[in-house]
Every structure is written in C-alpha cells, then in structure tokens.
Design a protein around this ligand. Sequence first.
Ligand SMILES: *Cc1c(COP(=O)(O)O)cnc(C)c1O
Length: 359
Amino acid sequence: MTRAAAEFVAGTIRPEIRALGAYPVAKADGMIKLDAMENPFSLPEAVRSKLAEALTSVPINRYPDGGAEALKESLRTALAVPSDLGLIVGNGSDELIQLVVSAVAKPGASLLVPEPSFVMYRLCSLYAGLRYVSVPLKPTFALDMDAMRAAIERERPSLVFLAYPNNPTGNLWPAAEIEEILRLAPGLVVVDEAYHAYADASFLSRVGAMPNLMVVRTLSKIGMAGLRLGYGVATPEWTTELNKLRPPYNVNALTQAAVPILLSETALYADQVAKIKAERFRLNEVLASMPGIETYPSETNFVLARFPDATHTYAHLKAAGILVKNMHGSHPLLENCLRITVGSSMEMDALIEALQTIR
Ligand SMILES: *Cc1c(COP(=O)(O)O)cnc(C)c1O
C-alpha cells in the first residue's frame, strides 16, 4: 500500500508550520492598491531608459557578485555609512530579519517584540524555533516601558525588534526609550527603519557608538518594492557572523545593477516622499473630520484609523475598487482599525469619496 503525500507531510513537517496559513497576499487586479505601503508613482521615462540601457548589459548567464560590492559601495555613499561599519544586503529586509532570527535561535533563547508590530518578527521566530515574547503597547501605541524593562530583566532576550516608526501603528517611539532598551538589552537590538524616509528620525548615526545596535532598512517603501533590497548596518563583528548565514547569491544581478542607478535619483525620490507626506497630512485631516473615525499620528507612508465597523468599511472600499488592509482581529489593540497606504492625490481623492458615500 502506498502512503499519500499528506501522510508523509504529517509525519515530516513540524506541526507549528502545518498550522500556519500561507502569508496572505490579497488579489488586487485593477484595484487602487493601498494595502502594502508601496510608492504609487511609476518611474519617469528618462529614468526608465537609463535603467533599460544598464540592464541590457548585465551578464545574466553568470552568478551575481556574491558580495554585491558595487551595490554596497553605492549604498554607503548614498547613506553616508562609514567604511568602518559593517553592511549586509538582503533579498528585502524580510530576508535580513529571518537571518538575524536564525543566527540567535538556540535552546532557551528568546526574541522580544512590542506588539502590535511587524508580523514577520513573529513568523520568523516560529520558522527558526526561537521563543517569541511579546509586550503589549499602551492603547495609545506608546511603548509600555515598565513592561519592557520587566520583560528584558525576566527573559534576557537574545534579540529585540523595534520598528522605528512602527508598522502597523505608524508612530515613532521616543529615541530616549529606544536608547534605554539598547542599554538594558543583553543581546542584539534591531531598529527596523523600513519607513525612515517618511520620518524625521533615525538610529543610523548611532550604530558605531552602540555595540548591540543594528539598523535594518529597505528600499521597498520608497519605490523599489519589486527589486527586493534590504540592508543592515551594524559593527563588523555582527555583520561578519550574519554574512555566514546569508545565501551566497541572495541579491540578484538585475537588482545589483538597477539600485545604484535609482539611488542616484535623489531629487526624484525626495519629491515623491514630499508628495506622499503632503497626502498623508490631507488624509489624516479628512479622516479626523469624519464622525466616528479615530486617527493616529503617522511618521510613515500609511495611516492607521479606527472605524465604527472596520470590516464593513473594508468591504465598502473593496466594492468601490479600493484595497486597504483590515487590521481588525489581528491584535486586541487594533480592534476596528484599517491601515491605509498613502497613495497619489488621485488615489486619495477616490478613497475619500468612497469613504464619504459609506452607509
Ligand atoms: C515592509 C516592512 C519590512 C519588509 O520590507 P521588505 O524589504 O520589502 O522585505 C520590514 N520591516 C517593516 C517594519 C516593514 O513594514
């Protein structure tokens, strides 16, 4: 008698993996896509041409440069990362998060995360079998520092993730609180600056001075989500170890060729960020003026808002061709919350109109 694949799977794949659903990516064909913090602007024709020309000469029959040296050089220049600091690149910052988690996973170790925060922290912890410890934020989404101190003391976490600004709440915790966590933590503290372009704060300049700090960023939220590039900056002691876990060719040749060209378009991206910040301000104002809607300050390219019935509003927007993220049910503090990516002014007009016709 032959055993069915399901039986092999049941006896082979870990139960906690089998219990997971696949990461949900909503279908968005033809919709106004405001669910994934993408930049709404397509590239200008002139930049497309430059890119096209550079990409035609990439030798895609060869493996990419495993060390991504030219790419890293252009990142160092663009971000003024000193040469005595370590730099590691990943296939999106998701990959770097996964690398860091698997590097510290050992029996008894733990990962500490204030919640609600970025879901990949929890997922990567589960993939690697690293014990996950969450500390609820306050209802205002501020850090509960007493609870954080107590958890650090009790758990002695190998790793702490702090999204700065935080996703999905959009706020920026006080730098002094992050610094205190860095001082108290016995292990690595990753400050995840996925939204740094939309915030007026960063820990990048403190990396050399704080021995257990790693800053992780991504190019996704400023307009290069399709290229999949994340990077981490820490002292070389950390990046040397993490590089040992990195798949040798994790950043593909087309991305390595494209990113330096796009990074040189500083005025273009600065202009897009300014437009998105202006739309964020407008969206927040409009939402705050609508009866029954509670808004939260955002230092990102999304706005979190609480509705009388988020699931109803979500469905209404979807019927109007607008896709947002329904956070209801994902965490007790996010009851009836929707996370809305800030798009172009036309997209925001459509969103506002749809919200005004809701009943
Ligand atoms: C979007 C996001 C990431 C992942 O970005 P990728 O580089 O696209 O994998 C990481 N951290 C936070 C907080 C995010 O919101």
